[in-house]
Design a protein around this ligand. Structure first.
Ligand SMILES: N[C@@H](CCC(=O)N[C@@H](CS)C(=O)NCC(=O)O)C(=O)O
Length: 240
């Protein structure tokens, strides 16, 4: 019997967002095993999404900011993703445009590194509290992602080129056109129609839309260390 057609799922994301890291890891983990999807990673600029949609970063509501610190800690523990609150998140919050441009430059030339480079940026910001302000920081992340020195040097030059800026703007606009107001923004293509989902807390809904069986959340507290990065995830089982 022919394998069922994979459905396309686009993940629009900015590495500034801790919730997006969770969404990214869960989607990467289950892209074949559970959801059988063609996952397309689309770096966008969350600052632009916020501005154009008239939204504001949630932490600007003081009680939400306090809640989110706790929420992110708990989520990290639950998913086995090493999330730590950066000491000076305020400066990171408005500063990921060059990071997303560098990521875009790499994605345009070497898309096979997009996933790992994104993860390395999340490690820098949300695990190790390392800066992401200078070209040297981008080079360090890219090196860890496995890019060679030539490719890194080219991406550092290319990130300032108009076509790279345009591609980032294009993905940002695409997400806005699909109704985005935050990150992660997930667009599932289902039988010629598109369904948008906001957040990393809607996977049972994504599964339903993709016609998959419901997923049960971690059973019996079994957590397995899964990938070479030392990230571990909750173990999921399908149920009816
Ligand atoms: N409930 C969502 C929250 C995601 C979230 O708060 N994302 C932030 C960026 S870190 C955002 O874009 N928020 C916009 C908003 O809440 O309107 C989840 O659990 O993933």
């Amino acid at each position: 019997m022919a394998a069922p057609m994979k459905k396309t799922v686009e993940l629009f994301y900015d590495v500034v967002s801790p919730y997006t890291w969770i969404g990214f890891e869960v989607l990467c983990r289950y892209r074949t095993k559970w959801l059988n999807m063609d996952l397309q990673l689309k770096p966008f600029f969350l600052g632009g999404v916020m501005k154009e949609s008239g939204n504001k970063p949630p932490a600007m509501v003081p009680n939400k900011g306090v809640y989110m610190i706790k929420d992110i800690q708990r989520l990290g523990k639950y998913y086995g993703i090493p999330l730590n609150q950066p000491k000076d998140f305020g400066s990171v919050m408005f500063g990921t445009l060059p990071v997303q441009r560098f990521l875009t430059a790499v994605d345009m030339a070497h898309p096979e590194y997009t996933e790992e480079l994104s993860r390395q940026f999340w490690f820098r910001i949300w695990k190790n509290d390392e800066p992401v302000t200078d070209p040297q920081h981008y080079a360090e992340a890219a090196k860890k992602a496995g890019l060679c020195d030539d490719a890194i040097a080219t991406a550092l030059k290319r990130m300032k080129d108009q076509d790279v800026k345009d591609r980032l703007a294009q993905y940002t606009k695409q997400a806005l056109d699909e109704g985005a107001f935050g990150s992660p923004w997930i667009v599932a293509h289902i039988n010629g129609k598109k369904e948008s989902i906001f957040g990393s807390d809607r996977f049972p809904i994504l599964a339903m839309l993709l016609g998959k069986r419901r997923m049960a959340w971690p059973i019996k507290g079994i957590i397995e260390a899964l990938n070479k990065q030392g990230i571990c995830f909750g173990k999921f089982f399908e149920v009816n």
